[in-house]
Design a protein around this ligand. Structure first.
Ligand code: AN0
Ligand code: CP
Length: 317
């Protein structure tokens, strides 16, 4: 596997989930693959889980790891071609990318949607330039429209906890004070449909996601109705996708916060969130601390999704 930005890059999802469980059972069995290989992780945005779990996964595989925080200590990067660079950005991405490629074997990139231009975000302008100009295999550590390592970990977590062959999985929008990307809900919806689950998405009107990612899921505007009979509740905030309001906050209605009353409508559902999570905005203390909350397990599986992806990339070097 040379690139990993979408569920499609895995080929068969069931096969990849099986492989991930094998990796989990024997995390240090593939150390020979990473010997004398270097991973470079490039962050345009903050991270706790992605940074640590991906580094740990690479170390499990015997790799060396370098981390660059573009906004801390590196030259500020110009990303637009044709700009007269007389401002505050001394370096262009078009030199920086091939230079970074010289020092490593695999590149991971985190570059969130900026919400400045929907077309740039949804054409994945930044990560696609790494794919084009780095000369290296590239994987997403959350790009503008997707967070595939998170969705992969989420599917592993559901497979490990599900009690029915085809669980009802509900993605619910929840309020948040800042505008957040659609990457996590896009990927979660797409991967959950691909995994064959019954997928229901609930959100206030105006928060419709791109049908490119939600195809095969049912949209239910009544959150209580969506929760009925659910086996998994996956909470997440996102900003509006529709053209007129792209990147805007349309609601901070705390009646959408996931609480014990709503969880009682489900079929004893597990609670999931990718983290970081704002308590008592997205979910109450009681729900996230409950026995049905599997958010830590979910975060732990980020090591496994990253290791499975890196293993496949190392195998194809
Ligand atoms: C980011 C987001 O919503 O995409 C990262 C989540 C993994 N969250 C925040 O910026 C708070
Ligand atoms: N879930 C996730 O990607 O977390 P970080 O933003 O901390 O990496």
């Amino acid at each position: 596997m040379r690139y990993f930005t979408s569920v499609k890059d895995l080929g068969n999802l069931q096969g990849a989930l099986k492989e991930a469980l094998e990796v989990k059972a024997n995390k240090f069995a593939y150390q020979h693959l990473g010997k004398n290989r270097t991973l470079l992780m490039i962050f345009f945005n903050s991270s706790l889980r992605t940074r640590l779990s991906t580094q740990k996964a690479a170390m499990n595989l015997g790799m060396n790891v370098m981390v660059l925080d573009v906004n801390q200590g590196a030259w500020k990067l110009e990303t637009e071609r044709g700009v007269i660079m007389d401002g505050d950005k001394p370096e262009h991405l078009l030199e920086a990318i091939p230079v970074m490629g010289c020092y490593c074997d695999i590149i991971g990139v985190r570059a969130f949607a900026t919400f400045e231009n929907k077309e740039d975000d949804y054409s994945e302008k930044i990560i696609n330039q790494f794919i084009k100009y780095s000369g290296r295999p590239v994987f997403s550590m959350e790009a503008a429209t997707g967070h595939p390592l998170q969705a992969f970990a989420d599917m592993i977590t559901i497979e490990e906890n599900k009690k029915k062959a085809r669980p009802k999985v509900v993605l619910t929008w929840a309020p948040h004070p800042r505008a957040l990307p659609q990457a996590v809900p896009n990927s979660f919806a797409q991967w959950a449909v691909e995994a064959g689950y019954e997928v229901v998405i609930t959100h206030p009107k105006g928060y419709e996601l791109s049908p490119e990612f939600t195809k095969g899921a049912v949209i239910e505007y009544d959150q209580d109705k969506a929760f009925e009979g659910a086996d998994f509740i996956y909470a997440k905030n996102w900003a509006a996708f529709e053209d007129a309001n792209y990147g805007k906050i349309l609601s901070t209605d705390r009646s959408w916060t996931v609480d014990e009353r709503k969880m009682a409508l489900t079929d004893d559902a597990f609670f999931m969130h990718c983290l970081p999570v704002r308590r008592n905005m997205i979910v109450t203390d009681e729900v996230i601390e409950s026995e049905k909350s599997i958010v830590i397990e979910e975060a732990a599986n980020r090591e496994i999704s990253a290791e499975t992806v890196l293993k496949r990339m190392l195998e194809s070097l």
